[in-house]
Ligand binder design. Structure first.
Ligand code: PMP
Length: 397
């Protein structure tokens, strides 16, 4: 039986050739080969983050939550007032993480499906002059909403407050300019926009972030979740019996191999071209779903190129639709989480699934489901946008 394509908003499909890179014998994590794999990944990630040489990238065993825990643990101290934009499940998680580190959390809460705005963060920073950090989730994966990191970075810069960003699901797909947007520290993961298997958390610290962390001094927030520990090891200040080893713990080297392979494939396509491809596909999916009568869940201009979310304004059983698409069209898409269950539909089109061959069956399947429910919809009504679509790879017909 054919495999089921993975079009949830992460983890994403991984190219079998990339998966195969993991099927090799173990090497020590402190061997030259492992260190050179790690260094290659760090320098490729630096480019994707638009991070200057005076900042650092760390790749760690774990996932996006580990990366965000490290960002927050490194930058927040007990009793610090922290302003957090909350607009869904994952920004809610950053709130729990800050609370776990003893922060005095001041929420800027907006309804799910809305973006956190620069004006709201500015007002909160005026109300809380004592604030020691702002935390924002770039792409709130539970709703598909992108919040304006660039504009909020201008505000945090004006108030001279560190800016922590969750870029777990946006990184690699949606534009993200770490230094230029005044971000101090941000977290991501291997299994979304980087098209790698789950298993790695990624943290990037800008020069600005380092200055802020140094000013705060030791974190007292544990060991793993302190980038100062990672930096000390990297700079050889923790030398074990004369061996300078850049990482403080055993690394899942096979995951780093896979990441190297996916970063190479991103490089071959070109990061800009790849982002453009995602944006064109996302546009076509939005057009297709609105042609079927769905309402986009994020406000205009807050769309992500990797995840499309629509409101269930047609009163369908979303869980039934998802089962129909999964077994009839061999593709898994997502329901809403918690309160949004059966109220929205979430489709991930990231990496290998950001092509017409992956999104067309999903759109067609949704059409077909609606027809089965008695709606009159001409065949192909959601596919008009593909008529004049892109990907001119030399085939004119
Ligand atoms: N933040 C965001 C925006 C996410 O989408 C996710 C995962 N869906 C996380 C954090 C948590 O990441 P992980 O599941 O890799 O720990």
């Amino acid at each position: 039986m054919s495999k089921i394509r993975l079009m949830v908003p992460g983890p994403v499909e991984v190219d079998p050739a990339i998966l195969l890179t993991m099927a090799c014998e173990e090497i020590s994590h402190y061997s030259e080969e492992a260190i050179s794999l790690y260094n290659f990944c760090v320098s490729s990630l630096r480019k994707l983050f638009h991070l200057n040489m005076d900042g650092d990238v760390f790749i760690m065993p774990g996932s996006g939550s580990i990366a965000m825990d490290t960002c927050i643990g490194s930058m927040v101290r007990r009793n610090d007032t922290v302003i957090i934009g909350v607009n869904g499940t994952f920004s809610e998680r950053t709130r729990s993480q800050a609370l776990a580190y003893g922060a005095n959390v001041q929420e800027v809460r907006v309804p799910e499906g809305k973006a956190v705005t620069a004006e709201l963060i500015d007002e909160a920073l005026i109300r809380h002059r004592e604030a020691k950090a702002v935390i924002l989730t770039h792409l709130e994966t539970s709703t598909g909403v992108i919040s304006p990191v660039k504009n909020i970075g201008e505000v945090t810069n004006n108030h001279n407050v560190p800016f922590i960003v969750d870029a777990v699901s946006s990184f690699g797909i949606d534009e993200f300019l770490l230094d230029e947007w005044n971000v101090s520290i941000c977290g991501s993961a291997s299994q979304k926009g980087l098209e790698s298997p789950p298993g790695l958390g990624i943290v990037a610290v800008t020069a600005r972030g380092w200055r802020e962390i140094e000013k705060k001094g030791p974190s007292c927030n544990g060991w793993f979740s302190d980038v100062q520990v990672w930096k000390r090891t990297l700079t050889g200040k923790e030398i074990r019996k004369g061996v300078v080893y850049p990482l403080p713990m055993t690394m899942p080297v096979n995951n780093i191999r896979a990441l190297e392979a996916s970063l190479n494939s991103i490089k071959t396509e070109g990061a800009e071209a790849r982002m453009k491809r995602h944006s064109v596909i996302a546009h076509s999916v939005r057009k297709g779903l609105t042609a079927l009568g769905f309402e986009l869940f994020p406000p205009d201009g807050c769309y992500s190129s990797g995840v499309t979310v629509v409101r269930n304004n047609q009163n369908i059983q979303v869980d039934e639709l998802i089962r129909f698409i999964k077994y009839q069209y061999r593709t898994e898409i997502s329901n809403g989480l918690f309160d949004l269950y059966n109220r929205i539909i979430r489709i991930g089109h990231i990496g290998a699934t950001a092509y017409p061959d992956a999104v067309i069956p999903v759109l067609f399947g949704i059409e077909q489901y609606l027809r089965k429910k008695g709606r009159f919809i001409p065949i192909g009504a959601s596919l008009g946008e593909f008529d004049n679509l892109l990907f001119k790879e030399g085939i004119e017909v």
